[in-house]
Design a protein. Structure first.
Length: 511
């Protein structure tokens, strides 16, 4: 069996060296717009759900499908989307993804029935699964100079971390000032701007070797596994962990993932060449992104509940409350990628970011039925921003470092897959823990007066924060153990001189 390894010892200088300096930064603006649209869409619709439910008349039980339809399509098709971008060209895949996402958003905004809205959300997820990894792959192959790459990934990582909070703010403004449908229509305008920029500034790569075939069996296996995994955790959130459907889908996911790995070991054109994930640094990055995504849902989900239901903030006030966290995240991301990661590496920065983020969660556990935003909530949010700004850029940059440019799409898809699966796991686990804590509190403080119910809700949020802090602590230990130590200065110099080579080394052929 002949198989070409996707991992080259150094990144290809040729991939980005032909792109003029000024155009590279316009490419970053284009990619950032697309990434912002995909990330904020996961939260912007949440704010609109109550208004959409009242308008279209669907039940509370059906409401979850507005979110789940998107996450199922997005999560299960990410690896396929990343591989398609490798096969048909990243510029073409990027523009197709933008057009499709905009069309699906317009369809959802115009939805007159519940079924039409769910279908549009599933289409959004499918085109998002093509767009998100392609955007990161464009960035990976455009910025090959280490200093510029660090700056670009700092901006990209900040957007990946802050997009959810931006979605909460934008969703609040659009829902209150306009209509819930504008939470979907807004994507059309963002996509049009990104399409224009992509047409002008994103360069089309030139393939000289024969085009590989798509791994159909691998695609079916991994798409089924990811669908089952996301659906299983989504079902746990709605039906509980004792549901046979929950465990049935999670078990099916495990079986399909094992079958997928076994198939990738013998496939001539594997969908996911295993050396990508078996590299320690990349494996550490993917696991760190997954853990950070799981823990981060504690801040977006339960702080939003707390601000709106306990402190009676309006949707706009809730979105504004998250702004300082976004500012701190962006600042921390720039310092991290431009100063600290080049000096200390991800082995230091990611664990430190995990510890800082966990500390922010611990600060949130002190909140009661009443709280002062400026002295109690704001410090916790700012600490969380610093933590996420230290984790995401370093992990995302390392996750795609050193991968052959022809496999940049699928390597980038793993970044989004890790974040999506982490979010699904975090949502299901934290909701289950919070619901159990609320029930236990009420049963121990009968009768259930309004004050007791308020205390129970705050207690349930606190339980979620404690668990999120534990996730970040686990992530700190795991990332510290997995990331490799930085090379000595001499070795780094040798690597740097090697990186200046104008062409990729010959592919490694295994028999």
């Amino acid at each position: 069996m002949t198989q070409t390894s996707p991992v080259s010892p150094v990144a290809s200088a040729a991939a980005g060296g032909s792109v003029p300096h000024s155009r590279r930064w316009w490419t970053l603006v284009t990619v950032a717009l697309a990434q912002l649209m995909v990330v904020l869409d996961s939260t912007v619709v949440n704010i609109a759900l109550p208004s959409a439910q009242q308008d279209l008349g669907f039940s509370n039980a059906d409401r979850q499908w507005i979110v789940t339809a998107y996450s199922l399509a997005f999560g299960s098709l990410l690896l396929l989307g990343g591989r398609i971008s490798d096969l048909i060209g990243r510029k073409r895949a990027f523009i197709i993804g933008l057009i499709g996402f905009a069309g699906a958003s317009a369809l959802g905004g115009a939805a007159g029935t519940f079924g039409m809205l769910v279908g549009a959300r599933a289409l959004q997820g499918a085109f998002g699964a093509l767009l998100a990894p392609t955007a990161l792959a464009v960035l990976t192959t455009t910025f090959t100079v280490p200093k510029e790459r660090a700056r670009a990934f700092g901006i990209f990582g900040a957007i990946a971390g802050a997009g959810g909070a931006v979605g909460l703010l934008l969703g609040g403004v659009l829902t209150e000032q306009f209509d819930w449908r504008w939470n979907l229509y807004i994507n059309v305008f963002i996509a049009i701007a990104a399409i224009i920029l992509a047409t002008v500034f994103v360069t089309a790569g030139h393939r000289t070797e024969p085009r590989p075939k798509l791994d159909i069996p691998g695609t079916i296996l991994v798409s089924g596994a990811l669908f089952s995994l996301v659906y299983g955790f989504s079902n746990a959130e709605s039906d509980g962990w004792d549901s046979p459907l929950t465990w049935g889908f999670l078990a099916a996911s495990g079986v399909l993932l094992i079958a997928f790995v076994l198939w990738q070991r013998r496939a001539t054109h594997p969908l996911l060449p295993l050396p990508i994930v078996l590299d320690r640094n990349r494996g550490a990055s993917y696991s760190s992104i997954l853990i950070a995504g799981s823990g981060m849902f504690g801040i977006f989900l339960f702080v939003t509940y707390y601000l709106e239901t306990t402190l009676k903030f309006t949707p706009i006030q809730t979105g504004l409350a998250f702004l300082p966290m976004i500012v701190m995240l962006v600042i921390a991301a720039q310092f991290s990628t431009n100063l600290f990661v080049p000096k200390f590496g991800p082995k230091v920065m990611v664990p430190i970011g995990m510890v800082i983020a966990g500390s922010g969660m611990l600060l949130l556990t002190r909140l009661g039925v009443t709280a002062n935003y400026g002295t109690e909530i704001l410090p916790a949010l700012m600490v969380m921003g610093v933590g996420m700004g230290s984790i995401m850029p370093a992990a995302i940059q390392t996750a795609t470092l050193g991968v052959d440019r022809h496999f940049a799409g699928v390597a980038s898809a793993l970044v989004n897959t890790s974040q999506q699966v982490g979010g699904s796991i975090g949502t299901a686990l934290l909701n289950t823990l919070a619901a159990t804590a609320l029930t236990d509190y009420v049963s121990g403080h009968l009768p259930p007066t309004p004050h007791v119910l308020q205390e129970a809700a705050v207690h349930s949020y606190s339980t979620a924060y404690w668990f999120s802090a534990g996730l970040f602590a686990f992530g700190a230990v795991l990332s510290a153990l997995l990331y490799r130590r930085r090379k000595p200065a001499a070795a780094s110099s040798a690597a740097a001189s090697g990186a200046a080579a104008p062409a990729e080394p010959a592919p490694v052929v295994a028999h």
